[in-house]
Ligand binder design. Sequence first.
Ligand SMILES: *Cc1c(COP(=O)(O)O)cnc(C)c1O
Length: 814
Amino acid sequence: MTMTVDNLSQILKEKLTSSFGKSLEDATTKEMFQSICLTMKESIHANWQMTQQTYDEKESKQVYYFSMEFLLGRLVESNLLNMGMLNLYKETLLSLGFDPEDVFREEHDAGLGNGGLGRLAACFLDSLASLQLPGHGMGIRYKYGLFQQKVVNGYQVELPDNWLKDEYMWETKRGDKAIEVRFGGTVETTVDNGHLQFHHHDYERVLAVPYDVPIVGFDNNTVNTLRLWSAESTTNHFHFHSSRGHDYYHYLDYKRSIEKISEFLYPDDSYYEGKILRLKQQYFLVSAGLQSILHRYKKRNKPLEQLSEHVVIQINDTHPTLVVPELMRLLMDEEKLGWDEAWSITQKTVAYTNHTTLSEALEKWPEEMIKTLFPRLYLIIHEINERFCKMLWYDYPELREKIPEMAILSYEQVHMAHLSMVGSFSINGVAKLHTDILKDRVMKPFYTVFPKRFNNKTNGITHRRWLLNVNPKLTDVISQAIGTDWIHQPGQLTDLIPFATDSAFQESIAKVKHENKVKLANFIKKQYDLTIDDQSIVDVHIKRLHGYKRQLLNLFHIIHLYNRCLEDPSLDLIPRTFIFGAKAAPGYSFAKQVIKLINAVAEKVNNHPDISSKIKVVFLENYSVSLAERIIPAADLSEQISTASKEASGTGNMKLMMNGALTIGTLDGANVEIGELVGTENIFTFGLTSDEVFHYQREGEYRARDYYNNDRRLRNVMDLLVNEHFSGDDVEFKDIFYSLLYNNDEYFVLKDFDSYIHAQSRVQEAYQNQSDWLSKSIVNIAQSGMFSSDRTIQEYANDIWKIKPTTIGNLIIK
Ligand SMILES: *Cc1c(COP(=O)(O)O)cnc(C)c1O
């Protein structure tokens, strides 16, 4: 039976009545949103059950993607798209007098991630289900996601993200699958029948309760699971005596201390903080996740020796590294295997993805902390380290002097990346350049020891969300030109290449881009009462705020243009709208100053009578998945200007490319691969290469001050930071100024300034020839299929996971 607008209208009206006691006329948009979700869930849940059943029957090998972050955003539109019902629902809502966009926006973003790493995990789940692969997410159900950002007087202010305030429509609590996780206590060793036994006493019990979110595949019946764990207290070992009231308060204190474990997401991106609660969160995820996996595996009645034929665990960065010792513990202490058997199973089951080479992001935990919180794991880590160091000593005499820097335990710290590399069968970077840097530099001695473990998996993004959902007009224009096969096979977007010079096709691409700009301009007008020129170049810099991402370099170009306009009011500039979206970690004061500076520059520029028609600067607050979805379709230029070697891959670059934006970027992360695909004439590359950056870092011969002294333009820009031009206060931006001159500009902003300014004038020149620009834009769209996460996930499936699709049959619907 195919559903019609009439059928669906009827169903939704009945749902409003049965769930809310409302007639259509009285229903709020929120109630309509919830009715839609309830209706969708009926068919999703049937396929969900069928999927699990099929996996069990066919004994398909299961992938578990362990990640401390899943930045899902909203799910309603992507679920509808994947179910093939998006247009039907939109039409039905319209016919019922609702604006579909308003209804969909009732969903609160699930912001359980900081940025790229968490969004990657979300894109991967979508691709796994869409490729019919048995792959599931394992994460934490934080009560508060990443903070909401407000801008007040130009400053970032953080507010709690109470995303569970209204019911989360997609989750299902599985109270029956709760698991106990143990913290602290002591370990006693005994010898029974000549076997060493470990007994854990006096630990604190935490109940891990799973909340499952269905992950719906595109145009198939697959529904995989994202399992999010919530920490709850166990009441059963607490006894209340009515005469002893303090027991009750004691209990409340205890309950609160337990619930803190899954209370909030740490708001740091590419930065490591040795906070004890964060370490508890990591173990909580790892222990609950592994126990639930082993529980399910045992139902297959297979020996544990075959675990790696049925299960693979991919860890997203080092945050879930404790899977290595925890799996060892479960196999040895609970399942009574010996060390060698347990080690062989663990090593064949765990695979590790590295996301960064930034030293401030490499996780190292004090040994003391690990010992106190996880006394048994500490013993296991110690043993792994001993065996690893011995192996190095005997088998790699040439590496003997490197043992201290390769050890898992050294200088009273546990090195999580080392533990991950030693305990896994695969180590991957996330872009070609990044993987090469791991192999040749950062992890070189490990590459010598484990050459076969290293591999590259260039990141990707789901084209369903980042093209079909966010840009339906572009989707239609593409399909009119080349048909619809590309939707299942995004690599076929290359069929667009012959259309790059087709003037009719260029025309339709231009029309879509303009319509998207108008839409964004309307949003900005409504939200900020700021008028932006829908004919201007939309220049977009959206990502977390970080020194290495160099929002400051972009801003210096803007200030430079502003200075040129002041000097020459008749200067011929193509109007530009500079859009920023970025959250700064609450404790990262440099990043917060940059936000204030962007807003201060915006204030000056946007209110200047002669300049505001040429340059507009907009800082859009609360950068998030939903905001990204509004901005990206309207972008002409994508700012990917990180210091070379610092951005492992980037994925924002891919989303923007796929929507026809041209990249201005350094040869960093996946920009390199974008450049190789589109050709040098279709990207604006500039700046130091990663080798040059390494050279300057090693030789220490960069002197930032020389660039300030010798480049008048740069001096004119920088002096404005400390002479009260942008702020009534000459110390407001002095930390920025000092970091560049006195801390010698760690991220080479001054060094790359000249090259960047030149690249920006090439942008303006290229934009002048609209036909040429459109042809470049089309080539970018055409080559973006390589960056679909379907391609990435297929590579993981073939090379690392060794898994094949499992087709889920059709349900017979009444
Ligand atoms: C894609 C995405 C990111 C990652 O952006 P980069 O430019 O790769 O750093 C961060 N945050 C959100 C909300 C995203 O959608």
